[in-house]
Design a protein around this ligand. Structure first.
Ligand SMILES: [Fe+2]
Length: 289
């Protein structure tokens, strides 16, 4: 019997984020750091050698520290290694942990929304978009045969203020999206440095089928903004998405049939849902009636 609330191998046999590595400062076996994952409580701390340890009751779980975060494999039998994040620690980039924000919806909805450009002018007006610049130009989506990751490339969108470092004069911004796991994605976008792309990681900690903690990490080029300004910008954007995500009629995402009609510019969404269906995703999915 599983100690977790799902038996979906897409979750149990993968590396799932449980928070930033910095959360273990001061944690010990006697006074561990507590987190929630898949409906259960875990305890984390560092051993004398600095290696992270994780327990569920008396059972030791597989845990690793990478990309500034802690990752737990619930089954201890990961189907694949954790994804690469080559921009992490690249010289010249700033790494800024923008914190974890709770969202009361399936993580699949959060990733799908992250991939969607069509909502920018309506949800992030004056920032990531502005009416009447509502057109989503055609872009490319493919699944990388070597890694199994989804890549959406050649995405372009007109934005009044693309990041904390941009003034409000507007520019066409180049985007690339990458989905590494059902619950994690990266965004690469035009940065303040000509020719270079900022990287933004979105790593979702699954609490249950309808709740996640969304961890956001910037690996960006910005000589202008303070950490506080960078974090405030991301939290403002996320704060605009959160109520919309939480007001979905169905908290879980339907993968079958025509439960939700596709709209233009949703090539990424169609590919993501197909990719989830092909791997037999059940966690966070709304089962057909
Ligand atoms: Fe958004």
């Amino acid at each position: 019997m599983s100690l977790f609330l799902t038996d979906d191998p897409n979750m149990l046999d993968d590396w799932l984020v449980v928070g930033p590595a910095s959360a273990l400062a001061g944690a010990t076996e006697a006074r561990p750091h507590a987190v929630r994952l898949l409906g259960t409580a875990l305890r984390l701390w560092r051993d004398a050698a600095g290696a992270p340890q994780c327990r569920l009751g008396s059972e030791a779980l597989a845990v690793q520290q990478r990309h500034g975060y802690l990752w737990v494999c619930p089954s201890g039998r990961p189907a694949r290694p954790l994804f690469d994040f080559p921009e992490y620690g690249e010289p010249g980039r700033r790494l800024v942990d923008c914190g974890g924000i709770g969202v009361a919806v399936s993580g699949l909805r959060v990733i799908e929304n992250f991939l969607d450009m069509a909502h920018f002018p309506f949800v992030h007006g004056g920032c990531l978009g502005m009416v009447p610049h509502t057109e989503v130009a055609k872009y490319q989506v493919e699944v990388d045969a070597a890694t199994g990751e989804i890549w959406a490339t050649d995405c372009r969108f007109w934005q009044p203020r693309a990041s904390a470092a941009h003034d409000g004069s507007g520019s066409e911004v180049l985007y690339k999206y990458r989905v590494m796991q059902p619950f994690s994605a990266m965004l690469y976008k035009s940065s303040h440095r000509a020719g270079a792309l900022d990287a933004i990681g979105l790593f979702l900690q699954p609490l249950d089928d309808e709740h996640v903690i969304a961890h956001t990490l910037l690996a960006c080029y910005d000589d202008v903004s303070s950490d506080a300004e960078l974090i405030a910008f991301q939290q403002t954007i996320f704060g605009q998405d959160k109520p919309i995500l939480e007001n979905h009629a169905f908290k879980r995402m339907p993968l079958e049939g025509r439960a939700e009609t596709p709209t233009r510019g949703d090539t990424s969404s169609v590919t993501y849902r197909r990719w989830l269906r092909e791997r037999g995703m059940r966690f966070g999915v709304r089962q057909a009636a």
